[in-house]
Design a protein around this ligand. Structure first.
Ligand SMILES: NC(=O)C1=CN([C@@H]2O[C@H](COP(=O)(O)OP(=O)(O)OC[C@H]3O[C@@H](n4cnc5c(N)ncnc54)[C@H](O)[C@@H]3O)[C@@H](O)[C@H]2O)C=CC1
Ligand SMILES: CC(C)=CCC[C@@H](C)[C@H]1CC[C@H]2C3=C(CC[C@]12C)[C@@]1(C)CCC(=O)C[C@@H]1CC3
Length: 346
């Protein structure tokens, strides 16, 4: 039998470390003196102090070699939420997360696993105001991404086992934004450039959480450093947001105007747009064998844009002393400045 080595407490692994959140997390971990192993299907960058291990998280042998001498693992890999590939979500988020858990347990005597979940695991397309972690998981998840994020979170929290020395926690961020985000600002600008950002869905007063990426990173590191056998956070989920709910359309307008595009002005009834989005989505499904088209207005996006969905961070404040480190205003300014290439040309 192989001898088990007690791993160095300052070496950690970031699965999905080439992605948007993953890379910000890696940078902060380096600042804090950690040596970092990134495990990802792609290598997005190079940094001193980071070793890259290319592989699929469904491959246990590949994972085991990346987790050698590691006592802290962050799992923030996922297929892009915009994908509609159910098989891929199931393979990566469910089977892959099972493999991550097995690899962590097999790799060391004391391993901590911090999962990036999502506050959307309780969202069914209906209003959520100041929702706490006691809300039940969505019974009818709005898409495959959410459905598999629920299963993933359940697997990770259930696997927490103090006797075995395997400690787990799940961080649930919402609406992550910031420099290098490949989704929020690029989608918004693309929609504006195609002349489709003229309309506000509903009356425009719905409040939503958008979370600056550095706050999400801060929440992950607090959780990792407080995850001990005697801590109340073992096996629990925590909302991490900017703790400043904002009108969805005010946030979008501020980013658009900051980049030189006009803010949306005309109102459309929510139910009408949601119905149309549903119809388009069904059409895309039915016609998929013949033609392939991706509607901009998916039911999920319309629900995200037209309902209240903001969450309480009280549990994270109480159990881990969480407090956002960057305000929403500062986060928006830094984000807008980081996208000079997406500015509207004069
Ligand atoms: N961006 C957001 O607004 C939110 C994101 N989250 C969660 O945060 C996490 C990180 O998201 P982002 O950084 O925005 O996404 P991202 O797409 O930028 O990063 C995901 C990374 O996972 C990697 N990956 C995908 N499949 C893999 C596989 N089979 N094996 C190994 N690596 C694989 C990708 O190559 C990519 O580098 C995800 O779990 C996501 O569900 C949760 C709430 C909101
Ligand atoms: C709050 C939250 C969870 C945000 C996640 C990010 C994305 C889901 C959004 C980023 C850009 C948004 C966007 C729309 C929906 C939600 C996003 C994709 C629209 C498609 C909503 C309808 C419109 O009028 C156009 C919007 C473009 C930007």
């Amino acid at each position: 039998m192989a001898t088990r080595v007690r791993p160095s407490s300052k070496r950690c692994a970031v699965i999905g470390g080439s992605g948007f959140l993953g890379r910000h997390l890696v940078e902060k971990l380096l600042d804090r003196g950690y040596a970092v192993s990134v495990f990802d299907i792609r290598q997005g960058y190079e940094l001193p102090g980071v070793s890259f291990h290319l592989g699929d998280l469904c491959d246990k042998q590949a994972l085991l070699s990346a987790l050698k001498d590691v006592s802290l693992v962050f799992h923030c890999a996922s297929p892009a939420p915009a994908s509609d590939d159910r098989g891929l979500f199931e393979k990566v988020n469910i089977q892959g997360t099972r493999t991550v858990i097995e690899a962590c347990i097999e790799s060391g005597v004391q391993v901590k696993l911090v999962l990036t979940s999502s506050a959307s695991v309780v969202f069914e397309g209906k209003d959520i105001k100041n929702g706490s972690e006691t809300l039940p998981y969505a019974m009818k998840p709005i898409d495959y991404y959410t459905e598999t994020k629920i299963q993933q979170e359940k697997l990770v929290l259930k696997a927490c086992d103090k006797e075995k020395g395997f400690l787990t926690v799940a961080i649930r961020p919402h609406g992550i934004f910031g420099p290098r985000d490949p989704q929020l600002v690029p989608i918004l600008v693309d929609t504006a450039r195609r002349g489709k950002m003229k309309f506000i869905i509903g009356d425009g007063t719905n409040l939503v959480d958008f979370t600056f990426v550095e706050n999400v990173v801060h929440g992950h590191i607090l959780a990792a450093e407080r995850l001990r056998p005697d801590s109340p956070i073992c096996g629990k989920a925590y909302h991490i947001t900017n703790d400043e709910p904002v009108r969805f359309w005010d946030f979008m307008s501020e980013v658009l105007v900051g980049l030189g595009y006009p803010a949306p002005r005309y109102h459309l009834p929510y139910i009408l747009v949601y119905g149309l989005a549903l119809l388009l989505w069904l059409l895309a499904m039915i016609l998929r064998p013949l033609v392939s088209f991706k509607p901009t207005f998916t039911p999920m996006r319309v629900a995200l844009a037209g309902t209240h969905h903001y969450y309480s961070c009280d549990r994270a404040k109480e159990d881990m002393g969480y407090k956002p480190v960057v305000t929403l205003k500062e986060g928006i300014t830094r984000t807008v400045q980081s996208y000079p290439h997406l500015r509207k040309e004069a």
